[in-house]
Ligand binder design. Structure first.
Ligand code: AHR
Length: 656
């Protein structure tokens, strides 16, 4: 570098530093309401990817409980205690039970323990003193009763809990027993043994913790649901994601197969089983123990509006793009209509009755439905039109979500955008898996959207630290902070953007296929990423009405690296200011408030790290986590020393 260039760049740095260190006065005019914020604004996108469902949220501890994996004994191993002798057969009932055809026959010839051991999902997470519920479908082909010994085994091979069952029924019968674990182990396994000589047929071998969410038998993992409840989400989108589509139509998501008796919910391969060669998951299947009733109940439990997505007659366009001919779309459309009846219909309707039979007579108040997941092209549009006509003919009040494809720009996006707008579509689902820089430079994305057109659902987004679906992507602070900055743009445009959700939601630390993800877990614990805290903070500090916040009469969309928005909360009578300082300089700010009378005190919540690469982990879950303190006001002025790389939320009470 020449001396001249050196001094010029030094001079530029000094000028920039001066700009950052100058006190900036932001004007907040709470009398100028810009938009109403929908209660649905910040929600959750759930998909059974990364072991989010089986092996994750669904608390079943036994993998391949009904022997329906392609390899029937995957997850199971034969056990011969002290040289015991026996045999195991895989039997098939065929049409007698087409949804659950396989079962096993175990025969023991000696007096020693003989049977199987199940490895769980990367082990079974067992907690000392917690109660575990074992159940099995069994029948005894001979006249002699069989003594089943059930044992939980820790990683050292020691017994840490167990029970005995004597089976004597010649017909299929469900046997249950409960026991307490004596030790904690994140990777226990379960032995199911015949004690003594005998023969028995077994199916649906199951073990659940008693301590599930709301203590529901066969329910969901309480700590993971709690993480969702803590977000106070506005909506729950389910069941995905590409899982709706299937790699081929055969493996698409069919909601009717996911309700009712769990033994009759036909298990199929999970489409993420084979998706990524770099993360093979040969044991990833869908038991549908977490099915549509459970999704609706989950939404209800956490106060979220349900948003189911249905297959529109198209398999995943990144895979086979298998299409249902238009004249054979009838059953697919009927599935959509029946789903609405299942969710909302009185118990006198046939699907409302099924809901009631499953223990939920009260309707779920479904208001939105997604037609297709991440579809595009003319084939999608022609299928969408058929769905839309049939659904709105019967249920005109249901808002339909339609896809704008996998990218937020480009020819495919433009075409879909133009077409769906011309069709007066209700809600457009945009997806962006882009770099942190993209998020920063798109904070104004919605500023010029048509205010009278369809509403926007930012249905899947996440900043990618390396590149889309790269296994090297990290949930680091840079990504989370850029999402926070971008979200000021969602909030400022809440009249157009009605819903937003980060994706994907969950990942098992050993069983993932896709990263980054919002919440990570192992078999016993979970942690929220910095991105989780960004989502949570937006949701908990949503407010009801966007108000004007400007710097030099302009919205704050990146000036000196700052992004900001403000909202009134008419329920709690507070003013909420969000400001993100994405620069590495500390910055001095003051907010001059008019249009309301603020109190003399408020709170400041800060999510911050000096290190853009900072991440949370199971060992250090709170490295980047919100810190709350009190702040004082000087009449209508709030002063804030913004730390570098910080997301700041100010809440001040206002006179009613
Ligand atoms: O979130 C992961 C995947 O990304 C979703 O399944 C799909 O809709 C998108 O391509």
């Amino acid at each position: 570098m020449t001396m001249r260039k050196y001094f010029l760049s030094l001079f530029a740095v000094i000028i920039a530093c001066q700009a950052y260190s100058q006190l900036k006065t932001y004007q907040v005019d709470a009398g100028k309401i810009k938009a109403h914020i929908q209660p649905t604004m910040y929600g959750i996108f759930f998909e059974d990817i990364n072991m989010a469902g089986d092996g994750g949220l669904y608390a079943e501890l036994v993998k391949n409980r009904s022997f329906e994996f392609k390899t029937p004994l995957m997850g199971w191993k034969e056990v011969k205690e002290d040289g015991a002798d026996g045999s195991i057969l895989i039997l098939n009932r065929g049409e007698e039970d087409a949804n659950n055809p396989r079962y096993i026959q175990m025969a023991s010839k000696s007096s020693k323990g003989y049977g199987l051991i199940n490895e769980g999902f990367h082990g079974m997470g067992i907690k000392k003193d917690d109660q575990y519920n074992f159940s099995v479908l069994a029948k005894v082909p001979t006249s002699s009763p069989v003594n089943l010994r059930i044992e939980l085994i820790n990683q050292k091979g020691e017994v840490i809990g167990g029970t005995n069952i004597i089976a004597s029924s010649k017909e299929w019968k469900k046997y249950t027993s409960s026991f307490k674990a004596t030790e904690t182990d994140p990777k226990a396994s379960l032995k199911v043994l015949i004690d003594g000589a005998g023969m028995i047929d077994l199916d649906m071998i199951s073990l659940f913790p008693q301590d599930t969410w709301k203590q529901r038998p066969g329910g969901l993992r309480a700590d993971l649901v709690q993480k969702l409840a803590d977000m106070k989400p506005g909506f729950l989108r389910f069941p995905g994601g590409c899982i709706v589509e299937g790699r081929e139509l055969e493996t698409r998501y069919q909601w009717k197969r996911t309700i009712g008796d769990i033994a009759s919910r036909r298990m199929i391969i999970n489409r993420w089983n084979t998706e990524f060669a770099h993360r093979p998951s040969p044991d990833y299947y869908q038991s549908f123990g977490l099915g549509f009733l459970e999704y609706f109940e989950l939404a209800e439990d956490i106060g979220a509006s349900p948003l189911p997505i249905i297959n529109c007659g198209m398999a995943c366009q990144f895979n086979t793009c298998e299409l249902v001919p238009l004249n054979e779309l009838g059953p697919y459309v009927q599935d959509a209509l029946d789903l609405i009846e299942f969710a909302n219909g009185p118990v006198t309707t046939s699907w409302g009755k099924k809901r009631a039979e499953q223990g939920h007579p009260k309707p779920f108040n479904l208001k939105m439905l997604g037609v297709g997941n991440e579809q595009w092209g003319p084939q999608y549009i022609e299928r969408y039109k058929i769905f839309e006509k049939a659904i709105h003919a019967k249920y005109p009040q249901i808002k339909l979500v339609c896809s704008l494809g996998p990218n937020p720009d480009g020819e495919v996006f433009d075409e879909l955008n133009k077409t769906f707008r011309s069709l007066n579509a209700n809600i457009l689902d945009e997806h962006y898996y882009r770099s942190p820089e993209w998020f920063l430079s798109n904070a104004k994305r919605y500023d010029n959207y048509d205010r009278k057109g369809p509403k926007i659902f930012a249905g899947e987004y996440a900043a990618q630290s390396v590149g889309i679906a790269s296994p090297e992507n990290k949930n680091n602070w840079q990504c989370a902070m850029s999402e926070a900055a971008f979200m000021t743009g969602l909030e400022r445009n809440a009249d157009v953007v009605n819903m937003a959700s980060y994706a994907p939601l969950f990942a098992h630390v050993e069983g993932w296929q896709w990263t980054p993800d919002l919440i990570w877990f192992d078999n016993l614990q979970s942690f929220g990423t910095p991105n989780y805290y960004v989502q949570q903070l937006y949701s908990l500090n949503k407010g009801t009405d966007v108000v004007s916040l400007t710097l030099n009469n302009e919205p704050v969309t990146g000036q000196d690296g700052c992004f900001a928005s403000a909202a009134l909360d008419n329920n709690s009578h507070e003013l909420i200011i969000k400001i993100i300082n994405t620069s590495k300089q500390e910055q001095k700010a003051e907010f001059s408030i008019k249009g309301v009378i603020p109190g003399s005190k408020g709170t400041l919540t800060v999510l911050q790290s000096d290190d853009l690469n900072a991440v949370n982990s199971l060992k250090e879950p709170l490295t980047v986590s919100p810190q709350k303190s009190e702040i004082g006001l000087d009449k209508n002025l709030v002063k804030l020393d913004m730390k570098p790389y910080s997301f700041n939320i100010i809440r001040v009470s206002i006179a009613k």
